[in-house]
Design a protein around this ligand. Sequence first.
Ligand code: SF4
Ligand code: SF4
Length: 465
Amino acid sequence: MRLSSYVIFVPMERTGETVLVHGISGAVDRVSNEWARNMRAMRWDLFSEQDLADMMRRGYITEKTVEEERETAIRIGRRLREKAMRSASFILMPTIKCNLGCDYCFQNFLRTDGADTPSVDTRMVDAAFAAMAELQARRGARVDRILLFGGEPLLAENRPVLEHFFRKGAELGYRYEAVTNGTELHHYRDYLGPGKLEWVQITLDGPQEVHDRQRWARNGQGTYWQIKRNIDMALEQGVAVSLRMNVGWQNREAIRELVAEFDRYGWLRHGQFHPYCAPIRGEGGQQESTRLQRAVIRLVREMNAAYRPRYGRDVVAISGGVVRTKISRLLAEQPVSALTPAYCGAHLNMFVFSADGDIYTCWEGIGVPSARVGRFWPCLELDEESLSRWFERHSLNIPACQKCRYMFFCGGGCGIHALEHNDEFYSSYCNGFAELFRGHVEQAIAQLDDLEGVPIHQELGYSGV
Ligand code: SF4
Ligand code: SF4
């Protein structure tokens, strides 16, 4: 009998307890720190027979060898992946154009600023809807929302084509989300609200002077106050606002001031306002990027500790929405959809329809010929070889990840980052995942009044013994 290789211990700083998560069975339990210490030390003599039987049933302890447990993990991973593949998510990029001139934008290389910069027209929108219907039929999936991404998708000049898109999409039963810079959102006021454009992600990089230095309009004007007005408008219209703050070593203090401004604006009280901090992708290697990630998690903890007495909850989240979603699903007792061997949609089910008629699975791949997986204009054509190169990159196919307790939560990390840092697409990119995971579990559990043991997924035949 030994401690399973896939147990994750999450110390809860605030309560002095430990949360146990089993990376393969999906079990989650809260135990005392002493209990956790005895487990780590494999002091089985200190547990009752009943406790040992319970821990074995939930996967925390096992009679299997390391190799047998790895084989079980891979077998279950294949079944989880088969289920997860029967899904799809759609992103439409109406244009590559943007009205801002941020130096750090990863798409700057795509923009020529000339008449040639691609944008979709109404016929391309129709072709995109037809391709979406065909992809859902092929994959046995039902998709009810589309994310708009750019360039800046909600430019005022895009309105005629987006009116067509919103009208036709509504007839087909879609709702919408958008990653937008928020500067021209007021031109879409009549499309904002539940059942329509109901979620937006907007970025502010600091209080006005700091933000305006980074995110300025092409005419040289700052954008902070226009964005602020549009966030107020979106919240009034019932739109959920996910507020992204890009954090680097330079602007950490400015982020504290920015959150204090949110407090003054009354946004922190608003149930639809969800601010989060995202570490800026560093120039340095993986170690430097992990160091920044840790600093950002610390900053978020400190800010939450300062505001918790007034709000009774955490007010700022850590980036990594995919991890957050997986943990929320796990705690909502949906382990099968929570555990996925893929890091993000680019390695599982995502189709990005770009403004020039091509399809990608990763938005950072837009415009990179080797990342293209097909086209939707004039009709759907997939490059199956390229598609499977993207969709087959997951933790079951990366040897280092097969033995990792985070294999169904992390899934191998971002493929683009793995390629940049390791020169190998099919390699692991951990990037401080353990720390990120612990931070997210801590935040998610803090929102729960109580944590009963989360059931394991029996339908996939998991047996911890
Ligand atoms: S592969 Fe990386 S860059 Fe692409 S969508 Fe996934 S996380 Fe983002
Ligand atoms: S990338 Fe690292 S943390 Fe993620 S599954 Fe692989 S080994 Fe684990």
